[in-house]
Each structure stands twice: as C-alpha cells, then as structure tokens.
Design a protein around this ligand. Structure first.
Ligand code: C2E
Ligand code: MG
Ligand code: MG
Ligand code: MG
Length: 282
C-alpha cells in the first residue's frame, strides 16, 4: 500500500507535471470556496429574434472573480468543476439565480422572456438533477416553458437509460431543451430525432466566417434547413456584425445572439440594457 502511494506521488510530482498539478490543486481548493465567498456571478447576454431584433430572452453565463487570480474564464474552471463534482452545487446555484432573475425581469417588462442555462453532462446525469429542476421552478414560480437547458453533444454520446429518463422528465415538465455548439461534436445526427430538443444553437465558429467563407455559408444554410425540417428553432451564436445577421435572416434563422447585440453583462447592467432596448423598439 505504502509502495503504491509512493509511486503515485512520484508520478504526480514528476518534474514536468509538478507545475501543472500544483496549479490545478490550488485552483480546485479556491473553487471549493468560491460559492461561500460569493465569488461567482451570473452574466446575461440577450437572445433576439433575428428578423426584428425583438428581445426573446437571455443566456446565463457564469463568471468567477477570485481575489488572488482575478477573472477566471468558464472554459477553464467548468471542466475542473465537472471533474471534481463541484459542478453539482455550482450548477444548482446557477439554476436558482437564473430562474429568480428572469422571473423578476418578466414581472418588470410584462414579457414572456426565456432564460437559457448551460448544463454540463455530470450535472445532467446526477441523481438529484430532476429534483433540483423541480425545486428551482417551484421556488422561483417560473413557468417551466421559459426555462431552456443548453446541453452539448458530448452528453448524447452516452446513450444510457438514465439519460433518456431525464430527458423524458424534463420534456413532460415542459422545460425546453437546446443543443449547444451544434456542429462541433462527434455525435451521429440520429440523436436529434430520438430526444425532445426544441432548439439548435449553431456554433459561433460557423457564424464567424459566414460572409467570407462559402463553405461556412453552405454549412449554416444546411443546418438551418435541417433543423427546421425537424421542427427545431435555430439560434445563431457569435453574431458580431450586421452582414452576418443579414445572411442569417435571408436564410430564415429564427434567433440570434452575439456581441452585435450586447456582450454578456452583470444582471444589473442587463436590466438597464433591457429597458433601453425595449424603449428603442417600442
Ligand atoms: P456557450 O454556452 O457556447 O456560450 C457562448 C460563449 O460565447 C460565451 O463564452 C459567450 O460569452 C461567447 N460569445 C457570445 N457572443 C459572442 C460573440 O459575438 N463573439 C464571440 N467570439 N464570443 C461570443 P463564455 O461566457 O466564456 O462561456 C464559455 C462556455 O462556458 C459556454 O459556452 C458554456 O459552455 C460554459 N459555461 C458558461 N456558463 C456556464 C454555466 O453556468 N454552467 C455550465 N455548465 N457551463 C457554463
Ligand atoms: Mg450555451
Ligand atoms: Mg419539449
Ligand atoms: Mg455555444
């Protein structure tokens, strides 16, 4: 036993590894305390109707502001939160906060705004996930149709009975489901007909060059056509410029999201942006 321990310690702290794993452990212990220290914050980015610019909802995007490390990107800490299981309490906090905020904004604006929340595979498959959803909806009094869960193809790869049961629970409940980063995964397309998705989000890497690249233009057009044939709504991510929006409109894309409309901003700022936007489009 002692021998095994020695061996794994040796492997872990081999010269080329020590830097990385030390940093990892440090980030992990800081992430463990992030919730209680109030270091996590939700930012919101608008989702609009592509043709009219009408506001339909927002995506909640997590931010971690640590005293020692500053702003840490979710691309860096979400994978770590997944590996360590910390995604379960963090994800619960995200769901609760996002549902409360959108409920408040629905009251303020009188609009049926939707909140899109990212859910990672480990969180989705956790035994308590459906209970968390039920509880969050009950506590916030948000109508389930206004909650849209964004999942990636990575989750679909594991085609387990549990996954199907969770999909069914959510669908019965009336929660919306969207497939995020579409086009970047490795799944076969068949899952689109086996699971109750409502929305498909075209990954921003295709939208970015849609004007310059005829290949990307062809892919985006084909994705929109396919999605509509399957009765899915389409959101284009990463819209930064007017010509991209024009292209998406010409090809009947339903909704758009990106820096062109607004960057993700804190709740208070989003609320202000929303009143300006609603005044301007009234
Ligand atoms: P995502 O869900 O695909 O979110 C879209 C990302 O694109 C966000 O990055 C957003 O800030 C960025 N973005 C939006 N508009 C534009 C644009 O016009 N141009 C460009 N270049 N980028 C744009 P962010 O906020 O850094 O989040 C990265 C990823 O982290 C998300 O990708 C999502 O997979 C994950 N994530 C964020 N929040 C959460 C969360 O609460 N839970 C979980 N499980 N994952 C999260
Ligand atoms: Mg997303
Ligand atoms: Mg459904
Ligand atoms: Mg995405």
């Amino acid at each position: 036993e002692a021998k095994d321990k020695g061996k794994s310690a040796y492997q872990r702290f081999s010269p080329e590894m020590s830097q990385d794993s030390h940093e990892r452990l440090q980030i992990e212990s800081r992430l463990r305390r992030a919730l209680e220290l109030n270091e996590l914050k939700l930012y919101y980015q608008p989702i609009v109707e592509a043709g009219t610019g009408r506001l339909v909802g927002a995506e909640a995007l997590i931010r971690w502001n640590n005293r020692a490390m500053g702003l840490v990107s979710p691309d860096k800490f979400i994978p770590l939160a997944e590996e360590t299981g910390l995604i379960i309490p963090i994800g619960e906090w995200v769901l609760k906060t996002a549902c409360e905020d959108i409920k408040q904004w629905q009251k303020n604006t009188g609009l049926g705004l939707t909140i899109a929340v990212n859910v990672s595979p480990r969180q989705f498959r956790d035994a308590g996930f459906t209970n968390t959803i039920d509880k969050v909806l009950e506590d916030s009094k948000l109508d389930p149709q206004y909650l849209e869960l964004e999942i990636t193809e990575r989750l679909i790869l594991d085609n387990s009975i549990e996954t199907s049961g969770i999909f069914k629970h959510l669908d019965d409940k009336g929660v919306k489901l969207s497939i995020d980063d579409f086009g970047t995964g490795y799944s076969a397309l068949g899952y689109l007909k086996s699971y109750p998705f409502d929305t498909l989000k075209i990954d921003k890497s295709f939208v970015q060059d849609v004007i310059e690249s005829s290949e990307d233009a062809a892919l985006v057009t084909a994705i929109i056509t396919m999605a509509h044939s399957l009765s899915l709504k389409v959101i284009a991510e990463g819209v930064e410029e007017a010509p991209q929006l024009d292209f998406l409109n010409q090809h009947n894309c339903d909704f758009a999201q990106g820096y062109y409309f607004n960057r993700p901003v804190p709740a208070e700022e989003f609320s202000l942006w929303m009143s300006d936007n609603l005044k301007a489009t009234a």
